[in-house]
Design a protein around this ligand. Structure first.
Ligand code: ZN
Length: 362
């Protein structure tokens, strides 16, 4: 992809317009069963767009206005239709933002009087069932869709899922679901919600692999899973979502920077700052700082144990302790308990067992 950081690239919107036109890439759609129907829908939308003018080849001025103005005009509506149809067709607008082309972020210029809604449908003041809605006038994105596990007073209940009545009422505004990571409390409710509300889903590789397993388990086909890499930015309606590398007890965890017309909403997902993670890179603090310098409208941050003083040790220190325990007890049976979702820890148990020639039963 060629990128021009000169004054020809004036705005976010232009950048994407350009890429949508010239560089639209097929998303990593994992299932195509619904494509025929969607293509039909797409055709219809295209026809609609003909008289609705400028869906794709819009002039740059209009592009700017669309991102910056709050007006619910016909043109805007048509654009939304068009984007939807493209997304439904398995095409997504995923572009890598390398250090070089991040320069265009400098052109991001939120409007002081623009308003957005941030609606937590679950996950606040509780553990589990994380789901947050960001609404920017005509566009809604859904962040995560987790389940909670029933408390003792919920006898006979296997799983608690969020109430998505609000989403059902505003179904036509939904542009997609973006996922921070693959833990149950962030993806566990997806199969149940998707049965009622179909939408394209975006996430990193491991996260989507776990979602795919769930969809198979529920025998759901035809849903759109689009793999995103760190530093990719996607356009969903009037919003742009950037995936930023973080550390957590499961790999491929991301924070999301959501560029809305009103400003940047920073959603950290679950995270820890681990300078020596067991697997993969460290959290991209540099980019957090860059976004901080740009100014953040709202920070939505994980708060589990946030009231405890100090900081969490690197996961790798657990590995060292495993090593000394395995070394000391090479003829004894060793029992390790951990959250199944702590993938890095399970990995460390297996690595240490392999090092000492031990067998593992899970
Ligand atoms: Zn988590």
């Amino acid at each position: 992809m060629s990128f021009n950081t000169g004054n020809k690239m004036k705005s976010f919107e232009e950048y994407f317009e350009k890429n949508m036109k010239n560089n639209t890439s097929k998303g990593d759609t994992q299932s195509n069963n619904m494509n025929n129907k969607k293509q039909f829908d797409n055709k219809n939308n295209k026809l609609n767009n003909k008289d609705g003018k400028k869906a794709f080849g819009k002039k740059q001025n209009n592009a700017n206005k669309n991102f910056n103005s709050n007006k619910n005009n016909a043109n805007n509506q048509n654009n939304n239709n068009f984007q939807n149809s493209n997304q439904s067709n398995g095409q997504t607008y995923i572009e890598r933002m390398t250090a070089k082309n991040r320069k265009f972020l400098e052109h991001y210029n939120p409007k002081k009087d623009a308003k957005i809604k941030i609606i937590p449908l679950g996950g606040l003041n509780a553990i589990g069932m994380n789901i947050t809605v960001i609404e920017d006038e005509n566009d809604i994105i859904v962040i995560d869709c987790g389940n909670a596990f029933p408390t003792e007073d919920l006898l006979g209940i296997d799983l608690v899922i969020p109430d998505v009545t609000y989403l059902k009422r505003n179904q036509n505004k939904i542009r997609g679901m973006v996922l921070t990571h693959g833990h149950e409390d962030h993806i566990g409710a997806i199969p149940y919600i998707l049965k009622e509300l179909n939408m394209p889903i975006y996430g990193t590789k491991l996260t989507l692999a776990l979602v795919e397993g769930k969809l198979k388990e529920h025998k759901l086909v035809g849903y759109k899973l689009n793999t995103v890499n760190f530093s990719d930015i996607i356009k969903l309606g009037n919003m742009y979502v950037e995936f930023i590398k973080t550390n957590h007890s499961i790999v491929d965890s991301a924070a999301l920077a959501i560029y809305t017309r009103a400003g940047i909403v920073m959603h950290t997902g679950d995270f820890k700052v681990d300078y020596t993670p067991v697997f993969g890179d460290t959290i991209d603090l540099t980019h957090f700082a860059e976004i901080g310098r740009m100014g953040v409208l709202a920070l939505l941050s994980d708060s589990t144990n946030a009231t405890k003083q100090g900081f969490t040790m690197s996961e790798r220190t657990v590995g060292k302790i495993f090593d000394s325990i395995f070394n000391e007890h090479n003829n004894d049976r060793i029992i390790v308990s951990t959250f199944a979702s702590n993938v890095d820890r399970v990995r460390q148990v297996i690595d240490t067992a392999a090092k000492y020639g031990r067998k593992v039963a899970i």
